[in-house]
Design a protein around this ligand. Structure first.
Ligand code: HEC
Ligand code: HEC
Length: 332
């Protein structure tokens, strides 16, 4: 932290002390960076929750001639590949991983690299960027603000135990894939009630009850049944508060008078990546929120993340929601 920043923080703290306490805390809440990771962006499933027992029935999805049981679908060392023609042949580490610790990358990130909100889309990321991120995760420079969540723990295990050759092969494989539109961003006042289900993904609770969205993003499968079978052709819908996309556009394109730095400066004119700087357009809103929050709170560091620090320094959670809504709504 530099001297100017320390001074401005001290000044802000001093100002708050002069205000009646109620006013101070309301203003602090509205204007300062968030203090805790938002649970709606960091899905967490109690580790004691077990998947339903396998009934032996082979599941199918539209457009695929394959069929898999629930045991096949939860096998982390064999990707159940619904559409082998949709992607090039998978390297061993993507299709099978290597027991006991290196789970198959394709099980979580999907064989086509589209990823799911609880992990990350890898399709179309630069090879060197993928390699660097896995190295950062392994070394601890990149940690989640909720490191005890199941997907984060298993990603850490894969990163820690995979060989350099395996990571190179996986990086080349995912990098050559084209990331497709995957997240439909919808502004709304009301959303379905949701809960975290097996797979550590937010899903509508049984029944049809709705609730106000409040100040959060609710990102759920377009088709829950198919998402549970890891259908790699059906994406997600992100419900965002009304007005978020426009507000996000102002922040992302102008910086809003120094509140942040225009994203296209580094991420490219359409935010589809520039050299080693990763593409962000059309990626999962939850994923984007987690990265902005992790970089701001200092759990995601590393050389590249340093460049993002001035971008996130002043962002409130409402700013992050707006940015995620706008960025995710752009065509990848
Ligand atoms: C158990 C599920 C799981 C497996 C298996 C897995 N990952 Fe991940 N991966 C994750 C999660 C969770 C994240 C972190 C998302 C976050 O930061 O919020 C992640 C993040 C990443 C990122 C960062 C993406 C970005 O845009 O910065 C890369 C790269 C990555 N994984 C590569 C791999 C590779 C290569 C393998 C196989 C060796 C693999 N992963 C296996 C769950 C998994
Ligand atoms: C000064 C250059 C710069 C600017 C401006 C910038 N970024 Fe970044 N951003 C980066 C770099 C470099 C990375 C890769 C970080 C790493 O290597 O860990 C990154 C990473 C990210 C990531 C994580 C991507 C991933 O796959 O994990 C998100 C999300 C992101 N930026 C959003 C934004 C948004 C939103 C804006 C505009 C408000 C923005 N960035 C402006 C340089 C920049």
């Amino acid at each position: 932290m530099n001297a100017t920043k320390i001074l401005s923080l001290a000044a802000a703290a001093g100002m708050c002390a002069l205000l009646p306490s109620g006013v101070a805390s309301a203003q602090t809440q509205a204007q300062t960076p968030p203090q805790t990771p938002p649970p709606w962006a960091y899905p967490f499933l109690d580790p004691s929750v077990q998947p339903p027992p396998d009934d032996g029935i082979k599941r199918t999805i539209p457009g695929s001639s394959a069929s898999f049981t629930l045991t096949d679908i939860s096998d982390v060392f064999n990707v159940h590949d619904w559409f082998p023609d949709d992607h090039p042949p998978m390297p061993q580490v993507v299709a099978h991983g290597r027991p006991p610790e290196v789970r198959a990358c394709g099980v979580c990130h999907l064989p086509n690299g589209q990823g799911r909100p609880e992990n990350a889309g890898l399709a179309g990321l630069p090879v060197s960027y993928i390699v660097q991120q896995v190295a950062d995760i392994k070394s601890g420079r990149r940690r989640s603000s909720v490191p005890e969540a199941g997907p984060q723990l298993r990603m850490l295990a894969s990163a820690t135990h995979a060989t350099d050759e395996e990571i190179q092969a996986a990086a080349r494989y995912f990098s050559q894939q084209t990331y497709r539109p995957w997240i439909r961003v919808v502004e709304t006042e009301m959303v379905p009630k949701t809960e975290v289900i097996v797979g550590t993904v937010w899903a509508p609770s049984p029944g049809t009850s709705m609730e106000p969205i409040g100040r959060r993003i609710v990102e759920i499968p377009e088709d829950l049944g198919r998402a549970e079978l890891h259908d790699p052709r059906i994406g997600f819908v992100a419900y965002v508060p009304v007005g978020s996309i426009k507000r996000g556009e102002t922040l992302a394109t102008t910086g809003d008078s120094g509140r942040t730095v225009p994203c296209n400066t580094c991420h490219g004119p359409r935010m589809n990546g520039l050299a080693e700087v990763p593409p962000i357009a059309g990626r999962s809103t939850s994923y984007i929120i987690r990265q902005l929050y992790d970089i701001q709170s200092g759990t995601r560091t590393g050389a590249g993340a340093e460049l993002m620090k001035p971008v996130v320094a002043k962002l409130t959670m409402d700013d992050m929601i707006a940015l995620a809504a706008f960025v995710a709504s752009r065509t990848p």
